[in-house]
Design a protein around this ligand. Structure first.
Ligand code: SAH
Ligand code: AVI
Length: 321
C-alpha cells in the first residue's frame, strides 16, 4: 500500500479519543462524538445493522446505486479516481469499481484503521488492476488539496447518509472542505436519507435484534478498553428518539442508576435517567438539503430518489467554478 499515507497516520487516536471523551463527559449535557463508535467491533456492528430488516437505508440506497451505475459514464466518461470518505466495508462501492472502464485508483478513507486496512486488502485481491490507496484519517479535518493528478476525472463518493451525522452548519463546512480536498473540478455522488416518517425511523434505530443497542454501547466498551475506564454496560440503556423539530434521530445512552464512572483518572457522576448524547442522524428535507449543497458550492446534475419504502436520495453533483 501507499507510503504517502504516513502524514495521515500521524493521527494519535488514543490522545484524540481521550481529549474528546474528557471534553464530552465534562459538559453539563454529556456527549460523545459518534466518529468514536468505529473501531473494528463498531464497524462490524454497523455492517450487521445494515443487514437488519428495519434499517432500510442501505437496502434502498443500494437499489438506487444499481439503477444509476450504468448511467454514470454518460456524465463522467473518463472517471479515473474514486475517493470515498467514510468507506467502511466499501460494499456499495464495488459496483462502481466494477463498472467504470477508465478507473485506475480507489482511495477509501476511514477513521476505523484496522477495519479499513482489512477492507483494502480484500479490494486489492478483487480488483488487481486498480491502485487501492487507503487513507486513515478523520475526514472532517482534511482541508488541504490531496494533490490529485490534474488529468484525472475524479468522483467523491459519499453514500450511506453519513452526511446526516452532521448538523447543517458542520455539513456545509464538510461539503466545502470536500471540494477543496479534491483541489480541482470534480464530481460528488452523495446519498442522503430524507425520511420524516417517525415509526419507520424509530424502528430503524431500535432494531428488534438489538444490534443498534450493542453498536451504541460499544462506544463505552471501547472507552473501557482503550482508556482503562470502568463503564458498567448493564447500567446504561440504548435510546433512539426522533426529534421532529430538528429533523434528526438522536441516540442516547441513559444511566439507569445514580453512579460514578472513572475515565482516565477522572470521575464522572451520573444521576439516574441522565444520558450521554452519542449521535445525531439528520434527515434533511429535500429543499433544505439542496440549499445546503448549493451553499457549499455544488451544482445538482441529476438526482435519483426512492419515494416508496422511504424518502432517500442519491445526488450527482459537480463542483461550481
Ligand atoms: N460508506 C459506507 C459506510 C458508512 S458508515 C456505507 O455507505 O455503508 C460510516 C463510516 O464512516 C464508518 O466506516 C466510520 O468509521 C466512518 N467515519 C465516521 N466518521 C468519520 C470521520 N470523522 N472520519 C473518517 N471516517 C469516519
Ligand atoms: C453511518 N450513519 C449514517 C449511520 C446512521 O444511520 O446515522 C450510523 C448508525 N447509527 C445507528 N444506526 C446506524
Amino acid at each position: 500500500m501507499n507510503a504517502n499515507n504516513d502524514a495521515y497516520l500521524s493521527l494519535d487516536h488514543h490522545t484524540l479519543l481521550a481529549r474528546d471523551v474528557i471534553a464530552g463527559l465534562s459538559h453539563p449535557a454529556k456527549t460523545l462524538p459518534c466518529k468514536w463508535f468505529y473501531d473494528v467491533a463498531g464497524s462490524e456492528l454497523f455492517e450487521q445493522i445494515t443487514e437488519t430488516p428495519e434499517y432500510y437505508l442501505t437496502r434502498v440506497e443500494t437499489r438506487l446505486l444499481l439503477e444509476l451505475t450504468p448511467r454514470l459514464s454518460d456524465y463522467i466518461p473518463h472517471l479515473a479516481l474514486i475517493i470515498e470518505p467514510g468507506s467502511g466495508s466499501s460494499n456499495k462501492t464495488r459496483m462502481l469499481l466494477r463498472s467504470q472502464p477508465h478507473l485506475r485508483e480507489y482511495m477509501p478513507m476511514d477513521i476505523s484503521t484496522d477495519f479499513l486496512y482489512a477492507s483494502a486488502v480484500r479490494l486489492e485481491e478483487e480488483f488487481p488492476h486498480l491502485k487501492i490507496n487507503p487513507i486513515v484519517c478523520d475526514f472532517t479535518v482534511l482541508t488541504e488539496p490531496l494533490g490529485i493528478d490534474e488529468t484525472h476525472q475524479c468522483l467523491i463518493f459519499f453514500p450511506g447518509s453519513t452526511i446526516g451525522n452532521f448538523g447543517p452548519e458542520e455539513a456545509r463546512h464538510l461539503l466545502k472542505n470536500i471540494r477543496t480536498m479534491a483541489g480541482k473540478p470534480c464530481w460528488l455522488l452523495i446519498g442522503v436519507d430524507m425520511t420524516q416518517d417517525a415509526p419507520r425511523l424509530l424502528a430503524a434505530y431500535n432494531d428488534k435484534a438489538g444490534i443498534t443497542d450493542k453498536f451504541n454501547k460499544n462506544i463505552l466498551a471501547r472507552i473501557n478498553r482503550e482508556l482503562g475506564a470502568n463503564f458498567d454496560l448493564e447500567k446504561f440503556q440504548h435510546r433512539a428518539i426522533f426529534n421532529r423539530n430538528e429533523h434528526r434521530i438522536e441516540m442516547h445512552l441513559v444511566s439507569t442508576v445514580a453512579q460514578t464512572v472513572d475515565v482516565a483518572g477522572n470521575q464522572y457522576g451520573f444521576e439516574a435517567g441522565e444520558f450521554i448524547h452519542t449521535e445525531n442522524s439528520y434527515k434533511y428535507p429535500k429543499t433544505k438539503f439542496e440549499s445546503l449543497l448549493h451553499d457549499a458550492g455544488w451544482l445538482v446534475e441529476r438526482a435519483w430518489e426512492d419515494t416508496g419504502e422511504s424518502d432517500f436520495g442519491v445526488f450527482l453533483l459537480r463542483s461550481a467554478g
